[in-house]
Design a protein around this ligand. Sequence first.
Ligand code: AMP
Length: 365
Amino acid sequence: MMIKPGDTIGILGGGQLARMLAVAAARLGLRSHIYAPEAESPAFHVAAAHTVADYGDEAALARFADSVAVVTYEFENVPARTAALLSERRPVRPGAAVLAASQDRLVEKEFINSLGIATAPYAQVDDAGVLARAVAVVGRPCILKARRFGYDGKGQALVREGSDLAGVFRSLRGAPAILEGFVTFDCEISVVAARGEDGEFRAFDVCENLHEHHILTTTTVPSRLPVETAREAIAIAKRIADALLYVGVITVEMFVTRSETENGPVHTIKVNEIAPRVHNSGHWTIDGAVTSQFEQHVRAICGWPLGSTRRHGRIEMRNLIGAEVEQWPGLLREEGACLHLYGKTAVRTGRKMGHVTRILPDETA
Ligand code: AMP
């Protein structure tokens, strides 16, 4: 089916990612229909239609699918049954196999390793007894993570020298878990890229990301990595996207470690996780690239040609988290600051309320 301007795309989830997708879709003459369980969803403000219903409401899902040309999502925890029901009626992009590979940290790591791509060492942990053995294998420090439904560091516990393992296991409330070796990284990066229906692949320049309390605070582009390491990061993202026959924007988060050798520093990449969606570290592309990650995703899921990923300058993107959003009047006055506010009414600690992108002249270009 050829999707045309005037058609409607369906988006599961009503947060800021869905909101920015809907804005990008509108610019290309498309309408958006947002499906979310929360009555107060930021994406509703900018969409032609919305449905407030549970992801398990089969009648509402059927009506939603029938009203759109293609379905996509802003979060990876779409229940498998929801994706299957929607797929019977409309294309779901990226597809159900992608969700299966990215929802469970254990399945995800096995998949990445099966492609010959490195991750942190890990072990499966289903009970407190296994945890002690897993810690012995993986080594300390390490992190126990719930296999499913974790984000921004939720459902994680650090295991240090002397940590009480039974207590660490209890903190995850019995959720099936994975133990990961702690990576002493030099920096964290992400590759935001798109793969089209025809297999065309285009990546934005590698993003260097800073996190505080597990939440992304700043992205800078270009990263400080040597050109060949940045190229390798993009090649890794391409291998993952190709293996998944991916359609849409994919984000691959990675750790880079640096070791000194006789021949100079050596950079090694380990994949942390795959986000089958547009990503916070790609927000800079709205103001800082010819095509934004949101437009790129819309183009890909509609079967349209991908756009140019060319960057306009040196970029710094900062999230406005919690009360930081109150800086908005000053940011409006700042020359060259591109302000984005997500329309969320309640300010809560750790909640992403907006972001600001600054574009500086690129001396390296
Ligand atoms: P995650 O929820 O897995 O994306 O983790 C959130 C953040 O916690 C990452 O961006 C890292 O800053 C940190 N982190 C997670 N896993 C590890 C690890 N194995 N080693 C070092 N830092 C980690």
